[in-house]
Write a protein that binds this ligand. Sequence first.
Ligand code: 5RP
Length: 237
Amino acid sequence: MVDTKELVGRYAANYVKDGMVVGLGTGSTAYWFVEEVGARIADGRLKQIVGVATSRRTAEQALKLGITIMDLDRVNHIDLVVDGADEVTRDFYGIKGGGGALLHEKIVAKNAKRSIWVVGEDKLVDTLGAFPLPVEVVQFGSWNLFRQLMAAGLEPSFRKVGSDSLYMTDSGNYIIDLKLGQIPYPHQLAHELKNTVGVVEHGLFLDVCDTFLVGRADGTILLYQKDQTEPMTIEVS
Ligand code: 5RP
C-alpha cells in the first residue's frame, strides 16, 4: 500500500537545489521531506543547503541527518519552505497546527519566497473547519480567554499531553482547538482571532501557500500551483 505522506514528502525534495536556504516543516508528512533532504545530502546529490526548522522536533531530526540548521534571525532569506497541513482547499487556504507548531510555521512561511505544502489526499477539502482550528494563546489569562471563546460558540478545548498536562508550544504558549465544523468566512474569522487579546496566532493560513502537492493512494501526485487553473498529475517513478 502507498504511504501517501512518504510519497509526497519525499517528492517535495525535488524542489530543493544546492545553495538554498530551506524552511523545514513539522509533522508526519514534512518528516519524509526532511528525511529525503538528509538522504540527498548523505549521497552527495545535495552539497550545500541550510535548513531553518519550524520546531525543535524538526531541528533535532535534521541535525541527526547532517543538515545544517540556522536560526531564522541568522539567515537573510528563505528560498522555500516545505510543510504539511491539516486541511487544504483548492483556493490555497489551509488549517495548520495539528502538530502544535503553527506559530513558528507561520513565521517561517511568511519569511519564505515560496511556501509548498505536502498532504495526503484525505486533507483536500471544499470548506475548512472539519479539522479543529488550533489557536496559540499566551498562558496568562488563558482560562478567561477560553471562557470568552466558549461564550462565542467556538467550542474550545485546551490541547493536552496525556490526560493531565496542557500542551506547551516551543514558544511556551498553550493551544486551544476550536471545533467549528465549517469555516465559511475564513478571512473574517482570522481577523477576529488576530484581534483577540491573548491570542498569539491562529492556524488559518490563508495567503501563505503558493503550491501544494497531494499524494494519492494510486502512487500519483497532484500538483496545484497558484498560477495554474488545473492541477497537474505527476507519475512518480
Ligand atoms: C504542525 C502542522 C502539520 O504540518 C500538520 O499538522 C500536518 O501534520 P501531518 O503531516 O502529521 O498530518 O501544522 O503544526
